[in-house]
Write a protein that binds this ligand. Structure first.
Ligand code: ADP
Ligand code: MG
Length: 327
C-alpha cells in the first residue's frame, strides 16, 4: 500500500460542509458569515503520550478528543480538522482501527477531516482543529473575576489512576480498572458544555495537565488567586464510587494528588459569578455534563495563587506540580 492508497483508503471521506476536502494542495473552508475561527493543534508522541501497546482505535479517538477539548474550552463549535501522521509502516491492521476510532468521534461532532500529511517515521500524530465562535464570545483564560465561583466538569483523577496501574504502582480490581482505563484511553471532550457556557462562564480552560496546573493558567491570565475545597474535589475521582472501591484501594493522599494534579482528564475548569449559578446548572443540564463547584476566585496575593482548604476551611498543606514536558 503506497502513500496515496493509504490516504485514499483510510483518510478520505465525503466532506459535505467543507468547500474542498482531501485531495488538492489545500482544503477550503467557508466559515459561517461573521464567525471567528478557533484553531488549536495537539501532538501525540509514542512513548510520551501513549504506550506502543495501546489499542489503535482508542488512540485515534484520543488524538482527536484532546484537540476537541481545546475547542470546548474556548466555547467553539468544531467544524474541521487536519491530520499530520508519521507512521513506521503502512500497516492495515493498525490503520483500519485507528481511522475508525478517529472518524467515529469526528462524525459525532460533525468535524470533517479535510487534509493532512503522511510520512514514514516514528509514530507521531498531530491534529489541528478548526472551530467557529461568534465574535467576542470565545471563552478565554483571562476573564476570571474576584468573587467568581470555581467549577470543574465531570470527574478527575481516574486517567492518572489507570496510568499508575499500567506503571505497576497501583492495583485495582478488573471492573474498576476497566472504568478508569476508559477515562485514560477514551476521554470525552466537553464540547456541548463549552458551547452552553458561552455568555455564562467568565473564564475557562481544559484540564489536560492536572487541575491545579490548568487552573494556574486561568489565575495568571486573569491576575487573581483561588481557594479550592479539597473535601469536595477529592470526591471527583469516579473510581472511588465504584462498588469494588468500598474497602479502600489507595490512600487519601494519592486520591487527592490524582484529582488535583493527575493529568489527562480533558474536563473543563471554569469560573462564573455567584449570580450565574442557575445559568451554570442550566448549561450543565443542557450539555448532559455534571459540574461541581470546588472553590472561589480571590484577590491576587504574593503567596501561592491556589489556597487548598478542608471542609472546615482550614488550610491543607500540599505541593503539587502540573505536568511540564521540560521541567
Ligand atoms: P502535498 O504534496 O501538497 O503536501 P500530499 O501529497 O502530502 O500533498 O497530500 C495529498 C492530499 O492528501 C492533500 O490534500 C492532503 O491534505 C491529504 N492528506 C495527506 N495526508 C493526510 C492524512 N493523514 N489525513 C488526511 N488527509 C491527508
Ligand atoms: Mg504533503
Amino acid at each position: 500500500m503506497g502513500e496515496f492508497d493509504l490516504i485514499q483508503r483510510y483518510f478520505t471521506r465525503p466532506t459535505p460542509r467543507a468547500v474542498l476536502g482531501v485531495g488538492d494542495d489545500c482544503a477550503l473552508l467557508q466559515p459561517a458569515p461573521g464567525m471567528q475561527l478557533a484553531i488549536s493543534s495537539d501532538m501525540l508522541v509514542e512513548g510520551r503520550h501513549f504506550l506502543s501497546t495501546v489499542d489503535p482505535a482508542a488512540l485515534g479517538h484520543k488524538a482527536l478528543a484532546v484537540n476537541l477539548s481545546d475547542l470546548a474550552a474556548c466555547g467553539a463549535q468544531p467544524r474541521a480538522f487536519t491530520l499530520a501522521l508519521a507512521l513506521p509502516r503502512a500497516d492495515a491492521a493498525w490503520l483500519a482501527p485507528f481511522s475508525q476510532g478517529l472518524l467515529a468521534l469526528a462524525d459525532l461532532h460533525g468535524c470533517e477531516l479535510v487534509g493532512g500529511d503522511t510520512t514514514q517515521g516514528p509514530l507521531n500524530i498531530c491534529i489541528t482543529v478548526f472551530g467557529e465562535v461568534p465574535p467576542g464570545q470565545a471563552l478565554l483564560r483571562s476573564g476570571a473575576q474576584v468573587g467568581d465561583d470555581l467549577y470543574v466538569s465531570g470527574t478527575l483523577g481516574d486517567a492518572r489512576l489507570a496510568l499508575e496501574v499500567f506503571r505497576g504502582t497501583q492495583s485495582l480490581p478488573e471492573a474498576a480498572f476497566v472504568q478508569a482505563r476508559a477515562r485514560l484511553e477514551r476521554p470525552t471532550p466537553r464540547v456541548a458544555l463549552g458551547l452552553a457556557l458561552r455568555g455564562v462562564a467568565t473564564a475557562a480552560a481544559d484540564v489536560s495537565d492536572g487541575l491545579l496546573g490548568d487552573l494556574g493558567h486561568i489565575l495568571r491570565a486573569s491576575h487573581v488567586a483561588a481557594v479550592v475545597d479539597t473535601s469536595v474535589a477529592m470526591q471527583l475521582i469516579a473510581t472511588c464510587a465504584h462498588p469494588s472501591y468500598a474497602n479502600g484501594l489507595f490512600d487519601a493522599e494519592k486520591q487527592l494528588a490524582y484529582v488535583l494534579a493527575g493529568g489527562d482528564d480533558y474536563e473543563l475548569v471554569f469560573t462564573a459569578p455567584p449570580m450565574a449559578r442557575a445559568a451554570v446548572q442550566a448549561a450543565s443540564a443542557a450539555a448532559h455534563t455534571p459540574v461541581t463547584r470546588i472553590g472561589q476566585i480571590e484577590a491576587p496575593r504574593t503567596t501561592a495563587a491556589v489556597r487548598l482548604v478542608d471542609a472546615d476551611g482550614a488550610p491543607v498543606q500540599r505541593q503539587f506540580a502540573g505536568f511540564d514536558h521540560f521541567a
